[in-house]
Structure formats: C-alpha cells, structure tokens
Design a protein around this ligand. Structure first.
Ligand SMILES: Cc1cc2nc3c(=O)[nH]c(=O)nc-3n(C[C@H](O)[C@H](O)[C@H](O)COP(=O)(O)OP(=O)(O)OC[C@H]3O[C@@H](n4cnc5c(N)ncnc54)[C@H](O)[C@@H]3O)c2cc1C
Length: 400
C-alpha cells in the first residue's frame, strides 16, 4: 500500500528535516510532511544565521549534543559541498559584581566555564582590559568578565534545512510539502495520520511542528508557550572590518541591570548587510504562529538601538537594515522536550509509537543534527546513544 510507511515525520523545520535525513540514512521507509515549503520564514528556523557553541551553559546534558552536531554538520558540508558552519569564536560576557541570569539558567556563565573544563573545550577567560584589547568593538564595563571559546561558530539555518531535506530525498525519503496534518490516531498497527489531502499509516510518528505544537496537541497548552522574537540587522558600513567575521565573534552578553541580555553575530553578508543582534523576549503575552504580528515597528527598532546597540556597540549606526520576526516555543524550565507521547489507547502506558520533539526555548538549532540522529536511533534501536532523559515530558505533565 503506497500510503503506508515505517515512520512519518510531521514538520520539516530544523528538527524534522534532521530526523528525516537520519531515518533515510538508516534505510527506514519515511515520509516527511510539512504544511509549508521549508525552509520558510514563518516558524523558528529562519533569519540567516544561528549561534553554535560547544560548552553549553544551559545544562550538562546539552554539551554532548552540540559536539555531535558539529560532526554531523561537517559531514553534511562534505556530502552537499556547501558551507553550513563557520567558526568565528564566541564571546560570552557577564558581570562579576552584578551577575544576571539567562531565563531559568541562573548560572549560565559559570556553567559554560565548568562545561568547557569538563569537556576539554579550548577557551580563555578574559578580564575587561583583555576583552577591550582583543575585541575593541565591544563596549565592556570594568567589572565584566569574558569567556572566549575558540570553536564557537555560526550556522546557516535555511541552508541546513534545505540540505537535510535534499540528502533525505536522495536516500529515498518521501517528502510532501504544502500538505497540512490535521490529526492522528493510534491503532493496532501504529498511527494513522490525517491530512487535508489524505490518510497515511505508519508504525511510528514524529511530531516536530515547532510553534504549531499546541494546535495538534491542545492538551499541552499549559506546557508550551510561544513568544514573538525580533531579530535586527543594524548598519555597520562605516566600520565593516570591525564587524566582519574575521574580527567579530558570535556573542551572548548578560547585561547587568537589564531584564534581558543580547546575543548576536558578525556581518556575514558584506558591508551593506548589517550585523545581527537580538534580545530574548518573554515579557509580552504568548502568541500563536497564526496570529502573531510579523511587522516590526520603528518604535521597536529605535528602542533596540537606544537601549542595547548604542550601549554595547558604539560603532554601529542607528539605521536598521532589516528585521525578522521569529518564534520561540518555550517550556516552563526553558529546556527541551524529546520524549515518547503517552498512549491514548492505554492510559497506563507510553505508546512508543509517537515521539514528541520540541527543542526550542531559543537555543535548539545548534543541537538539531544530533537530535535528528538520536530520534532515528530511538525509533530503529529502541534507545539513543546520547542521553535524552533530561528532556522528558514527565517534568511537566504525568506521563505514566
Ligand atoms: C529569534 C530566534 C533566534 C534563535 N537563535 C538561536 C541560536 O542562535 N542558536 C540556537 O541553537 N538556536 C536558536 N534558536 C532556536 C532554534 O532556531 C529552534 O530551536 C529551532 O529552529 C526549532 O526548530 P523546529 O524544527 O522545532 O521548528 P520549525 O523550524 O518552526 O519547524 C516546524 C515545522 O512544522 C511545520 N508544521 C507545523 N504544523 C504543521 C502541520 N499541522 N502539518 C504539517 N506541517 C506542520 C511548519 O511549517 C514548520 O516547517 C533561535 C530561535 C529564534 C526564533
């Protein structure tokens, strides 16, 4: 029967395309379905660049995922003959006297340093004077401390999604774009998936629908909240060399006295492309992908420039070259959920039919390649080599 597959992956953004590729690599008969045509700009995986780093301050369990993802991204670069990961080095900055927390990660800076030591990741600790000397573009205060990681890099998110889908297709995965999954039901043989165009049967289902998650699983609305984020590219034409990737590392800056810090990346698209900066927003009301405002107002760009850019990067200009609206899907502890979904057929057991994959909270892209591999391992061998136990759904709702 042509509508029958081993595994169906719903949602082909960063996570779904990585999973489909890894399933296809293992010879699984896989179907990927997306209601748009990824890569696109309506979910969480767009905006030209993403930060990747190796020592992960969000928690011990993330560093192995990041390290493995570096390897897979490099393998994909060779297979597709395209650049996906560009090393720039990375600078994390925190105040010695007034440390502030990344949301739900009170010790982000200290955790990062500890992870670097534990995993032997090459880094330097820099005081303010040393930071000013190495990175004069960064207007650091005397009491600020830097962690510089040599192998931190930026990723090309749209290109990575494109390559993962291309490699999956070349390994015989079936891909349906512009097809909307309306629902799914477990049955004796596995799972039946309903779309606007038909019905499909599979042994396993992976749900990697990013910020659309609670449309398919409204019962999880208390767990997953979606927040509107804005990315800004400010003009650096007059001082391009200072912001070009040869001199400018990716950065995460925990600004003292501020609700939120800033993160950003070098000017990767020439002197006229601007440098990218963002600041995670959890203060406005949660949104949905269907109702969120995709327009960025002048007030927003002016506010970003006045409160953050000017203070941190005095060489940048007020002119905003472009903006993008993107969506974080955030859990109560800002961690990922990668877990079997409890069975609806039997309230007492996990189905081991459906994997829920929601690694966002603003820091998931760097791990996507290893997450795809881990899910493919879960589905083909019953368990993944990397430990995913910290990402259980049971942290938030009863699962058995
Ligand atoms: C502004 C911003 C900055 C970020 N910066 C970083 C960073 O620097 N480093 C980092 O590591 N991470 C970062 N992240 C996080 C990272 O980008 C996300 O973790 C990642 O993109 C999530 O991918 P996803 O596959 O879960 O979601 P998505 O890419 O949104 O994919 C979901 C897919 O599901 C499809 N879909 C939804 N519903 C259906 C349906 N019913 N039927 C069929 N298809 C459906 C959608 O069309 C979409 O293609 C950032 C995120 C944002 C928003």
């Amino acid at each position: 029967m042509t509508n029958s597959f081993d595994t169906i992956v719903v949602g082909l953004g960063a996570m779904g395309s990585a999973t489909l590729y890894q399933l296809a690599k293992r010879g699984v008969k896989a179907l990927g379905i997306d209601h748009l045509a990824p890569p696109h700009y309506l979910g969480s995986s767009h905006g030209d660049t993403r930060i990747t780093r190796q020592a992960i301050g969000e928690g011990d369990h993330y560093t192995p995922l990041s390290l493995r993802s570096y390897e897979i991204f490099r393998e994909m670069e060779v297979q597709a003959n395209v650049s996906l990961l560009q090393v720039t080095g990375g600078l994390m900055i925190s105040s010695l006297t007034q440390p502030v927390s990344v949301v739900h990660v009170p010790q982000f800076f200290e955790n990062t340093v500890a992870a670097a030591k534990r995993f032997g990741i090459k880094h330097d600790i820099l005081n303010a004077k040393q930071m000013r000397s190495r990175f004069p573009q960064f207007n650091v205060d005397d009491d600020e401390l830097g962690y510089f990681e040599y192998e931190s890099a930026y990723l090309r998110p749209e290109e990575i999604v494109r390559v993962q889908l291309k490699l999956a297709a070349s390994l015989a995965a079936t891909i349906h774009t512009n097809e909307h999954v309306i629902g799914f039901e477990e049955n004796a043989k596995g799972v039946e998936v309903h779309t606007n165009l038909g019905r499909y049967q599979a042994e396993h289902l992976v749900l990697s629908v990013g910020p659309w998650l609670t449309k398919l699983l409204p019962e999880l609305q208390s767990v997953f909240k979606v927040y509107r984020q804005v990315l800004y590219w400010f003009d650096i034409e007059n001082s391009y060399e200072q912001f070009a990737e040869a001199k400018f590392p990716i950065f995460i800056w925990q600004l003292k006295g501020e609700e939120a810090g800033v993160y950003g990346l070098p000017a990767v698209d020439g002197a006229l492309g601007g440098f990218k900066i963002g600041s995670s927003n959890y203060l406005t009301e949660p949104v949905t992908p269907d109702t969120v405002s995709r327009t960025v107002s002048h007030e927003e760009t002016d506010h970003m420039f006045a409160t953050k850019v000017l203070r941190c990067f005095p060489l940048a200009q007020r002119k905003c070259i472009k903006t993008a609206v993107c969506l974080y899907t955030v859990t109560p502890d800002s961690g990922f959920v990668i877990d079997w979904l409890p069975s609806k057929l039997s309230a007492q057991t996990r189905s081991k039919r459906i994997v829920l994959c929601s690694p966002c909270s603003g820091h998931g892209f760097k791990h996507a390649a290893a997450i795809g591999e881990s899910i493919a391992e879960m589905l083909t061998t019953g368990h993944s080599r990397l430990d995913l136990s910290a990402f259980s759904l049971g942290r938030f709702v009863p699962t058995n």
